[in-house]
Design a protein around this ligand. Structure first.
Ligand code: GLN
Length: 557
């Protein structure tokens, strides 16, 4: 693994981009597939390639194909599948969309997360409308046409130079076959200089110094070729850098040039991967395959990115300890955007944030929380573990420990205050106790008619108005913010006067004062709850303001 110094001081003399002439041609497509097993980092590979192209001054975006039958990720358990990432336009998407947004520092619309259900729904709707009248509707061509159409529409509407399409799942899965067939057809239609395939595989070693095994990669490429796809690049996950002889062996068995067999070895941070791929000549090779023309230098972009990437992996000597008390702590991916947002804020302040996961269902000794510099409660749903969250929010308030509550963490902080300061007997959320005597948090009125669970929460970005002379105004340094939401319940406005009389104020609202968006306790070191999800707006180098203020307060002794 390279040292950070090397990483930062990387000689940028040769970093170049093709000239404008290249940008005027049609969108070029890069399709990323996966083999051997899941979890190899297709998302990071796709994002890194996209980043390299963006650094070369191209207009780039990414699509994630999820071959599962859910319409979107909204109804999936975060512990099994990872976080549900919410887009500005209210999509409940696969967490890879979050990776793309963070790497590219660019909003991605929900249309960029394509699932089997969306594709089939469109085809079936069209059939019912009689759009295929007379035809027998089939996977080829109707389903594959719909897939290609979705991809090409995005490329055209967004006038992209490059579109990276990551196909979820592993080659050999039944669900992904129609998608891979559509991608294969696109290579034929767009021509050899229009489409590149990158296949992500694994070269395991049975012990630390052991031989890097190539057989899983060989088999997975065979499987890909059986369905008509010849990869142009192999991104091979391995713990130590892929040896030259291993690259040669893989190349021989897979018909991929040795230099295009890329080592994706363990790195300290995902932000090192673009550089790792660049060092192996991926950019030259991509441009050659697409038919390269003149080059110009883009070192300014690299300067900015290197600074961000360097900052993200340093400051080990400046630790801030954060307790994250939540419901879905068995899989760190269930709060992946919150984790990233904390790290972005830390990097910005020259701190390294140590995140400790605490299960709100099993916490019993709240005094252990005094070992932390700050307490964060992320989003959540349902009764399990909710009491632990209420008690944690109360403990943070009583002990003057910096507290950031997000969505569920905002609602339950209000309940903690209601119970312990206002003495509201049986104060609760009707989500947790339907007949609570004091329903401090209640269903959004428009939710009363809703019966479907999928896509029916209050979703996406909404305008929020911040009150003057509040901490929120200081944190955001503006009166209006636009933040993403994902909730069904809200603060019951009947209780607001009691709260505000006793020292907890609601410092921002939305929809003309109809719903409360931020709570704060001005007398506390830092006590902030937000109904929205600030984590989805945080990017490396551009941390979300509430996280920065929280980490700043947590680092002050
Ligand atoms: N369960 C709460 C609601 O539906 C909070 C949701 C969340 O934390 N995302 O309002």
């Amino acid at each position: 693994m390279r040292s950070h110094e090397y990483f930062y001081n990387y000689d940028r003399q040769n970093i170049q981009k093709p000239d404008a002439h290249f940008s005027n041609v049609q969108t070029k497509f890069i399709f990323v597939t996966g083999g051997v097993m899941s979890g190899l980092g297709k998302g990071v590979t796709s994002s890194s390639i996209a980043k390299l192209l963006q650094l070369a001054d191209h207009k780039v975006s990414c699509i994630k194909i999820d071959p599962y039958l859910n319409y979107d990720a909204g109804t999936m358990n975060p512990v099994a599948h990872g976080e549900v990432f919410v887009t500005d336009d209210g999509g409940e998407c696969d967490m890879d969309i979050g990776n793309y947004e963070r790497f590219l520092n660019q909003d991605i619309p929900k249309s960029h997360n394509i699932t089997t259900a969306q594709v089939y729904s469109s085809v079936i709707d069209a059939e019912r409308k009689g759009e295929y009248l007379g035809a027998c509707v089939q996977i080829i061509p109707h389903v594959t046409d719909e897939i290609k159409n979705r991809i090409k529409t995005i490329a055209k509407n967004e006038k992209l130079d490059f579109l990276i399409v990551e196909c979820g799942g592993t080659v050999g899965d039944i669900e992904s076959l129609p998608f891979l067939e559509a991608l294969r057809q696109m290579k034929v239609e767009e021509g050899p200089q229009g489409v590149i395939f990158v296949h992500v595989t694994l070269a395991p070693s049975l012990d630390v110094v052991g031989e890097q095994k190539t057989k899983p990669t060989q088999h997975s490429v065979q499987e890909l070729r059986r369905i008509g796809i010849q990869p142009d690049f192999l991104a091979v996950r391995c713990s130590l850098p892929l040896e030259e002889k291993t690259k040669k062996k893989i190349a021989m068995f897979t018909n991929v040039t040795t230099k295009d067999v890329l080592s994706c070895h363990d790195a300290k941070s995902i932000f090192e991967i673009p550089q790792m791929l660049y060092d192996q000549g991926i950019m030259d090779s991509i441009f050659t395959k697409f038919g390269k023309v003149g080059m110009v230098n883009t070192s300014a972009n690299w300067d900015a990115w290197n600074k961000i990437a360097y900052n993200m992996v340093n400051h080990e000597d400046q630790k801030v300890k954060i307790a994250m008390v939540g419901k879905y702590v068995t899989l760190t991916d269930s709060y992946v955007s919150v984790n990233h947002a904390l790290k972005h804020a830390g990097a910005h302040l020259g701190k390294s944030v140590d995140i400790h996961w605490i299960d709100s269902e099993s916490i019993d000794d709240y005094d252990t929380l005094s070992n932390y510099d700050g307490i964060l409660i992320p989003g959540g749903f349902g009764i399990r573990g909710s009491e632990g969250i209420v008690q944690t929010a109360n403990y943070a308030r009583e002990k003057n420990i910096p507290y950031l509550g997000i969505c569920f963490g905002f609602q339950l902080a209000a309940i903690a205050f209601g119970r312990h300061v206002l003495n509201l007997e049986d104060g609760n959320s009707t989500e947790i106790k339907a007949d609570a005597k004091n329903p401090i948090v209640d269903l959004l009125p428009e939710q009363k008619q809703v019966s479907d669970m999928g896509g029916s929460l209050r979703l996406g970005a909404n305008k929020i108005v911040i009150k003057e002379n509040t901490n929120a105004q200081q944190i955001y340094n503006t009166g209006i913010i636009n933040k993403r939401h994902r909730h069904r319940y809200e603060i019951n406005k009947e209780y607001i006067p009691q709260f505000e009389k006793s020292g907890l104020i609601f410092s921002a609202d939305s929809d003309d004062g109809k719903r409360m968006e931020v709570l704060e306790i001005p007398s506390h070191k830092f006590y902030l709850g937000v109904q929205f999800h600030p984590e989805f707006n945080s990017r490396p180098g551009f941390p979300e303001e509430s996280f920065t203020s929280f980490i700043k307060a947590a680092s002050e002794k």
